[in-house]
Design a binder for this molecule. Structure first.
Ligand code: ME8
Length: 520
C-alpha cells in the first residue's frame, strides 16, 4: 500500500505568563478541527502545540508576582496542557521551550545561521529599564519627576544603555523573501495579511538584534553563553524541534517537515512570514508551506483585559455549555481569518438553533420513529422517489465542496455547507411526512426514515472534525462501525445496512436552558 500523505500542522506556542484565555482556546480548536479533518481524509497528521516559556514577558510577570520565572512557567504551562485536553484537541505532542531537545535544536539552528555568515556581533543601544529588564522606544517614555531619569510605560526609570548583541542579517533577505512570496502565492493567508507582509518587506528590512546579555532566562548562544537568544529565535524553532530537528535523518523530520501550515493569530504574522523563513533560508532548512493568521476574538466587541474583568476562562465555558458546543460556536460564528465576538446570547443561539433544533431534532425524530415503528433496526430502502434521490445526492456530493473550503481555511463555510444539507434534510423529512404513511404504506415510511438516517450519518461523519464527541455519538446511535467513520465511508460506500440493530435513541444536543433566576 502506498504511504499515506502526511500533514503537519501547528498552533503558535503560548506564553504561560498567565492562565489560558479564549483566544488561546480559539486557536487550539481551529487547528484541531483542521487536523482532524485531514485525518478523516486519510492523511498521516502530526499536530503540535505547546508553550513559549522564555522571553521578557515571562520575566516581567514573574517579577511583578515576586516569584522565580521558572516557577511561573511551572505554574501555568500545565494549565495550557489541561486546556487542550478539556477542548478535546488531538495534538500529537505538546512542546515547552525549556526542554533539552529544544535547546539542542535552537543552538543548532543558530550555529547554521552563524556558519552561513548571517550572524555578527555588534552593539545594541537603547532606553533600558533595569527593573523591567526591557528596552523601550523613545516614543513610549515620559519625563521623570524633577528632570530625573525618563520613565518607562511601567513607571520605572530608564537609562541609555549600549550592550553587546548578536545581529541577524535580516536586511540581506529582502529579495529572497519577496521572490519566495511571488513563487508561493498561498504562503501567507488570508490575503489581507499577505499584502501587509509584502509591503512591510518591500519597505526594507533592518538587521535584527538576536541576543541579550542582561538576563539569563532563555537559550544561551553556542560558544558565548553570556548571550541569551532573542525569544523569537527560540520560539519559532519549536516547529522543527517538535518533529526531531536537529536530527534531520529522523523518521519524523523526514516525514513531516516542511510543515503544511502554521496557524497563528494576526498579531504575530510578521514573525512567522518574515523572520522565520529568513532564519530557515539562512540555515538551509526547507520553509513551511503556509502560514495562516486568524483574527482576534473579543468579548462583545471589547478587547479582553484583566482590568475590565472580561477575561474568559475556557474551562468555565466548556463547563457551562459543553465542549462540542463551544467548538462549534467558535468555528461557525467567526469567519476564520476575521475578528469576531463571543457572547452568552450568541452561544445559546447557536446551541439551540443549529445543534438542538436542526441537527439534534432531525436525528432524534428519525431515530425514534425507527425505534418505534421499525423494530429498532435500520429499515429497508424501497424504491427511491425524486425527493429521496435529491437529498441523498446532496449528501453524497458534499465532500469536495467541504474540502475546498477547508483547503482555503474557511472553516465557517465548511460548516455552513454541512448545515445547509441538514436544513434541506429537515425540509425533506417534514415534506415527506413519514408518519402519514405509517398505516397506509409502511414500506414508504421505512424508505423515508432510511434516507433521513443516512443523511444524518453523513452529516455526522463530516461534522466530526469540529464536534468529535457528538459526531461519534450520532454514529453510535446509527451503529456505524468504527472503520466506517472516515470520509471514505461517505456516499454509497458506507450506506446504512437495512436490518442493522440500533441502540435506543438518545438526544445528543440538549437545548440550553437558562439557569433559574438568570433568564431574560
Ligand atoms: O504570541 N483572539 O504568545 P501568546 C484570538 N508566544 N487569538 C489570540 C488572542 C485573541 N484575543 N490573543 C492571543 C505569543 N491570541 C508567542 C507566540 S509562536 C512561535 C510564539 C493568539 O500567548 C495569538 O495571536 O501571546 C497567538 O497566535 C496565540 O494566541 C498565542 O499568543
Amino acid at each position: 500500500m502506498a504511504d499515506k500523505e502526511t500533514y503537519y500542522i501547528t498552533t503558535a506556542i503560548s506564553y504561560p505568563n498567565d492562565a489560558p484565555h479564549i483566544g488561546h482556546a480559539y486557536e487550539a480548536v481551529a487547528t484541531d478541527a483542521i487536523a482532524r479533518f485531514r485525518r478523516l481524509q486519510g492523511k498521516d497528521v502530526f499536530f503540535l502545540t505547546g508553550t513559549d516559556e522564555h522571553g521578557i514577558k515571562m520575566l516581567q510577570t514573574a517579577r511583578k508576582q515576586g516569584i522565580e520565572v521558572a516557577e511561573l512557567a511551572d505554574r501555568n504551562t500545565p494549565k495550557f496542557r489541561q486546556m487542550v485536553e478539556v477542548l478535546n484537541c488531538s495534538n500529537d505532542d505538546f512542546i515547552t521551550t525549556r526542554e533539552e531537545r529544544h535547546k539542542r535544536s535552537t543552538q543548532e539552528l543558530w550555529r547554521r545561521m552563524a556558519a552561513a555568515g548571517d550572524i555578527y556581533l555588534d552593539k545594541y543601544a537603547g532606553w533600558y529599564s533595569v527593573r523591567d529588564e526591557a528596552y523601550y522606544d523613545e516614543s513610549e517614555l515620559s519625563e521623570g519627576p524633577d528632570g530625573g531619569a525618563k520613565l518607562s510605560p511601567q513607571g520605572t526609570p530608564v537609562e541609555w544603555v549600549e550592550e553587546e548583541s548578536y545581529f541577524f542579517r535580516l536586511s540581506q533577505f529582502q529579495d529572497r523573501l519577496l521572490a519566495y512570496y511571488d513563487e508561493n502565492p498561498n504562503f501567507i493567508g488570508p490575503e489581507t495579511r499577505a499584502n501587509e507582509v509584502k509591503s512591510f518587506v518591500r519597505g526594507g528590512l533592518k538587521d535584527l538584534s538576536v541576543s541579550r546579555t542582561t538576563f539569563d532566562w532563555g537559550v544561551p548562544v553556542p560558544d558565548d553563553p553570556k548571550h541569551i537568544m532573542y525569544v523569537w529565535v527560540d520560539a519559532l524553532t519549536n516547529y522543527i524541534t517538535g518533529v526531531g530537528f536537529p536530527d534531520e535523518e529522523s523518521e519524523s523530520f523526514k516525514k513531516y517537515w516542511p510543515a503544511d501550515v502554521h496557524i497563528i493569530g494576526k498579531d504575530i504574522i510578521r514573525f512567522h512570514a518574515v523572520y522565520w523563513p529568513a532564519f530557515l533560508m539562512s540555515a538551509g532548512v526547507a520553509l513551511p508551506r503556509q502560514v495562516f493568521g486568524h483574527g482576534f476574538l473579543y468579548n462583545r466587541g471589547e478587547k479582553m483585559s484583566k482590568s475590565v474583568g472580561n477575561v474568559i476562562d475556557p474551562n468555565a465555558l466548556v463547563a457551562e455549555y459543553g465542549v462540542d458546543q463551544i467548538r462549534y460556536f467558535l468555528l461557525r460564528e467567526v469567519p476564520f481569518g476575521q475578528d469576531g465576538n463571543y457572547s452568552h446570547d450568541g452561544i445559546v443561539q447557536r446551541i439551540n438553533a443549529d445543534l438542538a433544533n436542526d441537527l439534534g431534532n432531525l436525528a432524534q425524530r428519525s431515530l425514534s420513529m425507527i425505534a418505534k415503528n421499525c423494530g429498532g433496526t435500520v429499515p429497508e430502502r424501497g424504491e427511491l422517489t425524486d425527493a429521496d434521490k435529491a437529498i441523498l445526492a446532496e449528501a453524497d456530493g458534499l465532500l469536495p465542496r467541504v474540502e475546498a473550503e477547508i483547503d482555503a481555511f474557511a472553516i465557517h463555510k465548511a460548516l455552513e455547507i454541512i448545515w445547509a444539507l441538514i436544513a434541506d434534510a429537515n425540509r425533506y423529512f417534514a415534506g415527506e411526512e413519514p408518519w402519514a404513511h405509517k398505516k397506509t404504506d409502511p414500506a414508504r415510511m421505512g424508505t423515508i426514515l432510511y434516507v433521513t438516517a443516512d443523511v444524518v450519518r453523513q452529516a455526522a461523519i463530516l461534522a466530526q472534525a469540529v464536534m468529535p464527541e457528538s459526531g461519534g455519538k450520532l454514529l453510535d446511535l446509527l451503529n456505524v462501525p468504527e472503520n466506517a467513520r472516515d470520509f471514505t465511508a461517505l456516499g454509497e460506500a458506507g450506506r446504512l445496512k437495512p436490518g442493522t440493530e440500533l441502540p435506543t435513541p438518545q438526544a445528543v444536543f440538549p437545548r440550553y436552558v437558562e439557569p433559574e433566576g438568570e433568564a431574560g
